[in-house]
Write a protein that binds this ligand. Structure first.
Ligand code: A2P
Length: 331
């Protein structure tokens, strides 16, 4: 297998550190490895595969050396500036920020769902929003079979999705300290406010779910609405997803479809109080689905409870899976 040169940009962050862990676990064939972050972290060391690597400051010259793939998770403005520089040097950027996701020139990929879209990349590939990724793994097999007409998302999102600062706000908030990252205390509150408010009254996070779902499922007409909520959970996002189909379905067949879907684990036995939990999903790469029940208020619809580790499948693992697809195509 061809060995590649790989860089992690934002390596000191919440997702960045998980990139290193997932790359180690999945044993990507790496020749030269680079870790980059802001000037604040330059000179610090990070351990990868038992070896110490010094964090480099990300600059316009960082991609002068030959780098095949760069995994970016350093915020939108960093991606806006540096992803095109890397791409112009022939490096394929897999970007975790929202900066490039809706750009028509940039594929938005969940490897279990639309790997075919990787082929038309122009050196930048976007990793979807964490909440969208886990929803797509659940909805794609159902869309193929029953054609989705409408989706209502309600999310219960962990603080790790807001990075180290979000995590600290919950940890310190539980000790009575005032919040620094969120506009209100996250300890003991659910905040119906993720990312900024837009002119239509929705938050940017809500519109990410709407727009990214349409792009990934290749259906601009799909009717979708979302309410995204930050909850006092450290890690793993939970989602209630209400889906309406064009076609009728049998529950046994729908369950079988989900059971056989790539990346899905069913936890759907209410007789044992079994349903997906954030604490169980944490540290895993699968998307857990349960509480599956017919929506009796419409002709053909279903309710799902969908949980996944937002830092792993919702960010780092999904990006590393994209890198694996690219490496496969390089052989
Ligand atoms: P640093 O640690 O040097 O600030 P998180 O979302 O968990 O807070 O992580 C954000 C990541 O993005 C960190 O690795 C952070 O590096 C990095 N980062 C933030 N701003 C920049 C920048 N201007 N250039 C490079 N990396 C950045």
């Amino acid at each position: 297998m061809k060995k590649i040169n790989l860089a992690v940009v934002g390596a000191t962050g919440m997702v960045g550190r998980t990139f290193l862990k997932v790359l180690e676990e999945r044993q990507l064939p790496i020749e030269n490895f680079y870790v980059m972050a802001s000037s604040r972290s330059a000179g610090k060391t990070l351990t990868f595969n038992g070896k110490e690597y010094t964090v480099e400051e990300l600059t316009e010259h960082s991609f002068d050396k030959p780098i095949d793939i760069a995994l970016f998770s350093a915020g939108g403005s960093t991606s806006e500036k540096f992803a095109p520089i890397a791409a112009a040097h022939g490096c394929i950027v897999i970007d975790n920020s929202s900066q490039w996701r809706m750009d028509p020139e940039v594929p938005l990929i969940v490897p279990e769902v639309n790997p075919e879209d990787i082929q038309w990349h122009k050196n930048i590939i976007a990793n979807p929003n964490c909440s969208t990724i886990q929803a797509m793994v659940a909805l794609k097999p159902l869309d193929e079979k029953y054609k989705i007409k409408r989706v209502v998302y309600s999310t219960y999102q962990a603080v790790s999705g807001a990075g180290v600062a979000g995590w600290n706000d919950l940890e310190n908030g539980l000790k009575g300290e005032a919040p620094k990252k969120f506009p209100h205390a996250i300890a003991n509150n659910c905040l119906p406010h993720i990312d900024v408010f837009l002119d239509n009254g929705y938050t940017k996070e809500e519109m990410k779910m709407v727009n990214e779902t349409r792009k990934i499922l290749h259906n601009d007409a799909m009717r979708i609405t979302a309410t995204t909520v930050r909850v006092p959970v450290f890690n793993s996002h939970s989602e209630s997803i209400n889906v309406e189909f064009e076609k009728p379905f049998e529950m046994a067949e729908l369950l079988e479809t989900l059971r056989n879907a790539p990346g899905v684990v069913l936890q759907n036995d209410e007789s044992k109080n079994e349903y997906p939990l954030a604490t169980d999903a944490t540290g895993h790469d699968e998307v857990y689905i349960g509480r599956i029940r017919r929506d009796e208020s419409v002709e053909s619809g279903v309710n799902l409870w969908v949980v996944a580790d937002n830092i792993r499948k919702g960010a780092a693992t999904n990006a590393v899976q994209i890198a694996e697809e690219i490496i496969k195509n390089m052989q």
